[in-house]
Design a protein around this ligand. Structure first.
Ligand SMILES: Cc1cc2nc3c(=O)[nH]c(=O)nc-3n(C[C@H](O)[C@H](O)[C@H](O)COP(=O)(O)OP(=O)(O)OC[C@H]3O[C@@H](n4cnc5c(N)ncnc54)[C@H](O)[C@@H]3O)c2cc1C
Length: 357
């Protein structure tokens, strides 16, 4: 998502090539998300970027996405005994108190006796990740961009002020490199002799649960345990359940952690009145974070013309429209776009310079 969204924005004024190791875009983190837009989620920089992305999600041109990118969902925070401290946090993020009988009408299988309170935000919506990604791929191609699939970047050298990029399919020469390698961003930085910025991939697991016959969960909100201890949401006629794990791992083709899933099923049983009898399709994905939790978007401090676009954590889909426009503005030497600044984003919070001392 990071690579194609930024490439599409940059292709308006530059010749751009996306080098992707996998046969298809979106094979790694992008294709494994929970597909939600939650503008109150994450640190201030993320909230600003998500807020500045909302208008695009709501009114993307027809030739970008033929169907709406957002659809109603809502999110409910489930507060159990001992979770009271999270109530104030939720309220500070704009979630409103949700009477438990109202919650029961929304989610008839909820065991309200397991809860002391619930909070609700109807601004959380489903986000069509594939439509968004394909929209950027289409826009990129329409602007003359080229894609090299099944091509791995293996090294970099500098030659007369240009980058020579070694790949599994031969060398490329270019003026500028954008490092949008997701979980592999640190190792790409290392290959280029750039700053040593630690972007740590953290595994998150998920499972799709089959429903008891006759159950229809389509209208359920996303429900999460206070303090992000687990969550579940409707997905394609089933229920996605995640332990909300965040285990630091090496970058790899991720898979689900069965132990974490078993714990999530136990938590699910505490609050929902149906027995999970078998585990369906499971998957794992990597959410990659810089040490301070903010994305890294800006020029490297030690090598020329190397731009970091990494560390989008658990928010890289819902921030892509604003982060890609910010990337294009910074690369083109322009000011941060007004609407992004109006959401309170400080580009310094994203700059690689914050890791240079
Ligand atoms: C379970 C889960 C739920 C999530 N839910 C949400 C959500 O609801 N909303 C949200 O906004 N975000 C969510 N996220 C986070 C979101 O998925 C990520 O922030 C986003 O996908 C990151 O995009 P990316 O392009 O940086 O990474 P990726 O999609 O991983 O792309 C990086 C690409 O770089 C390529 N690459 C790496 N190294 C090389 C190399 N040497 N040569 C060539 N190519 C290379 C890889 O093949 C890969 O395709 C979730 C993540 C997970 C795992």
């Amino acid at each position: 998502m990071a690579g194609f969204s930024a490439a599409a924005e940059l292709a308006e004024a530059h010749r751009v090539c996306v080098v992707e190791r996998e046969p298809q875009p979106g094979y790694h983190s992008t294709g494994r998300s929970a597909a939600t837009f939650v503008p109150s989620y994450g640190p201030a920089s993320i909230q600003a970027l998500a807020g500045a992305s909302e208008a695009f999600f709501e009114a993307a041109p027809n030739d970008f996405a033929a169907a709406p990118l957002l659809s109603p969902r809502g999110e409910a925070m489930m507060v159990g005994l001992g979770d009271e401290t999270h109530i104030a946090e939720g309220e500070a993020l704009g979630l409103r108190p949700l009477p438990l009988d109202e919650f029961k009408r929304m989610v008839p299988l909820i065991r309200t006796e397991a809860l002391i309170a619930a909070l609700y935000d109807d601004n959380a919506r489903d986000l069509d990740v594939d439509l968004l990604l394909q929209g950027y791929v289409k826009l990129f191609r329409a602007r003359g961009g080229t894609v090299l699939p099944r091509t791995e970047v293996t090294g970099f050298t500098r030659h007369y002020g240009a980058w020579q990029v070694q790949t599994s399919d031969g060398d490329l020469s270019c003026a500028m490199v954008v490092n949008a390698a997701g979980a592999w961003a640190t190792s790409i930085g290392e290959l280029a002799g750039a700053q040593n910025i630690e972007v740590t991939p953290k595994r998150r697991s998920a499972v799709l649960l089959d429903l008891p016959s006759g159950a229809n969960v389509d209208q359920w909100p996303l429900c999460f345990g206070a303090g992000e201890t687990f969550y579940f949401k409707p997905m394609g006629g089933k229920l996605m359940l995640s332990p909300a794990d965040a285990t630091p791992v090496e970058p790899h083709d991720a898979w689900a952690d069965d132990m974490a899933l078993a714990e999530a099923v136990e938590k699910f049983h505490n609050v929902i009145d149906f027995e999970v009898t078998h585990i369906g399709h499971t998957w794992g994905g990597l959410r990659s974070f810089a040490q301070d939790g903010n994305p890294v978007a800006g020029f490297d401090e030690t090598v020329d013309n190397f731009f970091w676009l990494a560390g989008q954590g658990g928010y890289g889909i819902q921030t892509a429209p604003a982060l890609s426009r910010l990337t294009a503005a910074l690369i083109n030497g322009r000011q941060i776009p007004d609407d992004i600044a109006a959401h309170g984003l400080e580009p310094a919070a994203l700059s690689p310079a914050r890791f240079s001392h």
